[in-house]
Each structure stands twice: as structure tokens, then as C-alpha cells.
Design a protein around this ligand. Structure first.
Ligand code: ADP
Ligand code: MG
Length: 271
């Protein structure tokens, strides 16, 4: 499956979720390609450290002066089962490059990925915090979209705008794109607003036309999550009970993505 992790807001946890879902899928024995299309390159840094920014990015693969193929640019990481298509700040150039590129500019990633995707069981695309042409390229390349949201920042209009964008991509560029669901991240059960928002999100989206799935598993706002993204660490290396719970949550989300027909083990993970 090819999944784009999406929200036009920064800081909601797209990169964190891409990393941890990727690791969860790899733990299931799957071959996972993570594509970083954010010029901030946080995912690239997580897996490849400072060396990552020296590597070829999507700019070198699908920009107007492309000099390499995606197959050549993909890097094996130290984590078994995980490969990364790196990003660096050249992606800012790629965005403006695509604006003037004309016909086919929305499907360059899809076209290039089609040549490599067969080497992997799963491809996750970590999107930038905007609805630019790179994000549209991700939506054209993907089979599914996972929208990441925070219970604090939630605004019906924000997610509504994303759903509109996905609809127009479906109509014009990629009839196969489906919304896998909305994942609530950074949830704090001790904050009454979070509890209310989580209920509201579920009510509004599942009552929508068409109804949108809200992932049964919610990811809590825990320092263990924060420690891993920036430090290049794996939650699995933290032995404490919270870390083990987190691994369970991400495994559950991975399972739901792979087969939505299997009911979730945990109906309401955090109370
Ligand atoms: P985005 O990619 O959407 O901009 P990030 O994944 O970079 O967001 O997350 C932004 C910040 O929030 C990072 O410092 C990350 O460690 C932290 N973060 C993300 N998810 C959680 C969580 N569930 N609990 C605690 N911190 C989190
Ligand atoms: Mg990010």
C-alpha cells in the first residue's frame, strides 16, 4: 500500500507518525519505503542524521534538472526493513520548479515511484505542512491518505479543506485515492478540552457524507514519543510500560491500515 500522511498544519505529528508506523510495519516483517517530501527533512534526519542532507532528494529525481532515478536515490537505513527517499532544503526549489512545469507536473512522483514501488510492501509519504504541488504529487501517487490531527488544533474547516483537496485530486488525477482515516495524535486524557474534541471529531466525521473513519486507536501526548523523533531513537528501545503501550498503539494503527475490516483490539486506547 502507498499511504500519504497529511495535514496542512505543522507540528501535528505527520513525521512522528510516519516514523513510528514505518517501524511498526517493518517489525511485522514488511519492506517499507519512507518518502520524505518536506524540505525540513525531519524524517531524513531521524534515520540518516546530518549525512542525510548531502544525499540526492526528490529535487534531483523529479525536478526539471533531474540527474538520478528514485531507485538510485533511495537509501537503506540501519533499521531492518526500512528504506528512505531523503529530503533536503532543495525541495523548496522543487516546489517552485513544479509551478512552472506545466502538463504532468502533478504526477511526476507517481510516475517515478511506479518504477520502485514494487520493491516494497508499503510506502509511506511524509507530507510538508502545506497543500503545495509536492503534496498534490503525494496524493496522486498514493492509494490512501491518513490525516493526522491534534485534539487542540482541530477545526472542522481545516480537515474539511483537506477532504475537498482529496476530492478534487480523486476527480481529476487519481480516481483510486481513498481516505484511510483521521488519526488523533497528542491526546491528553487529563485535559477536558481534548476529551471533548476527540468526541466531537468522531461525531462530526463519522456523520459526514461520505463518513470518514476516525482511527479507533488514539496516540497520547507522551514524552517518549517526543524523545524518539528528534533523537533518531526507536520506541522499542525504551523498556518502560509507556513505551510498550505505544508500540501496541502503532502496531494497531498499522494493522488497521493493512486491513480495515479487522476490528481494532483496543476500542478506546486512552481514557
Ligand atoms: P509534523 O510532521 O506534523 O510537523 P512532527 O511529527 O514533527 O509534526 O511533531 C512535532 C513535534 O511534536 C515533535 O517535536 C514531536 O516529537 C512531537 N510529537 C509528535 N507526536 C507526539 C506525541 N504523540 N506525544 C508527544 N510529542 C509528540
Ligand atoms: Mg513533518
Amino acid at each position: 500500500m502507498i499511504v500519504a500522511l497529511l495535514n496542512q498544519k505543522g507540528g501535528v505529528g505527520k513525521t512522528t507518525t510516519t516514523i513510528n508506523l514505518g517501524r511498526a510495519l517493518a517489525r511485522l516483517g514488511r519492506r517499507v519505503l519512507l518518502i520524505d517530501i518536506d524540505e525540513q527533512a525531519a524524517l531524513t534526519f531521524h534515520f540518516l542524521g546530518d549525512d542525510g542532507e548531502q544525499l540526492a532528494s526528490l529535487y534531483d529525481v523529479i525536478g526539471s534538472h533531474a540527474s538520478t532515478t528514485m531507485t538510485e536515490a533511495i537509501v537503506m537505513t540501519e533499521v531492518a526493513g526500512i528504506w528512505v527517499m531523503p529530503a533536503n532544503d532543495d525541495l523548496a526549489l522543487l516546489s517552485s520548479d513544479l509551478v512552472v512545469a506545466g502538463v504532468g507536473r502533478e504526477s511526476r512522483l507517481a510516475k517515478e515511484l511506479a518504477k520502485s514501488a514494487g520493491d516494497y510492501d508499503d510506502v509511506l509519504i511524509d507530507c510538508p505542512p502545506s497543500l503545495n504541488l509536492l503534496t498534490v504529487n503525494a496524493l496522486v501517487a498514493a492509494h490512501q491518505v491518513l490525516i493526522i490531527t491534534e485534539p487542540e488544533l482541530y477545526s472542522g474547516r481545516g480537515v474539511g479543506k483537506l477532504l475537498d483537496t482529496i476530492d478534487s485530486v480523486r476527480e481529476q488525477l487519481n480516481p483510486l485515492i481513498a481516505v484511510a482515516g483521521v488519526l488523533i495524535n497528542k491526546y491528553d486524557a487529563g485535559i477536558d478540552i481534548h476529551v471533548r474534541r476527540a468526541v466531537e471529531i468522531r461525531e462530526q466525521l463519522t456523520a459526514g457524507d461520505p463518513p470518514i473513519t476516525v482511527m479507533p486507536t488514539i496516540v497520547p501526548r507522551w514524552t517518549t514519543v517526543m524523545r524518539t523523533t528528534d533523537a533518531g531513537a526507536d520506541v522499542a528501545d525504551f523498556g518502560h510500560p509507556a513505551a510498550r503501550k505505544l508500540l501496541g498503539f502503532y502496531a494497531e494503527i498499522a494493522r488497521t491500515l493493512l486491513d480495515p475490516s479487522v476490528p481494532a483490539l483496543v476500542e478506546e486506547t486512552v481514557r
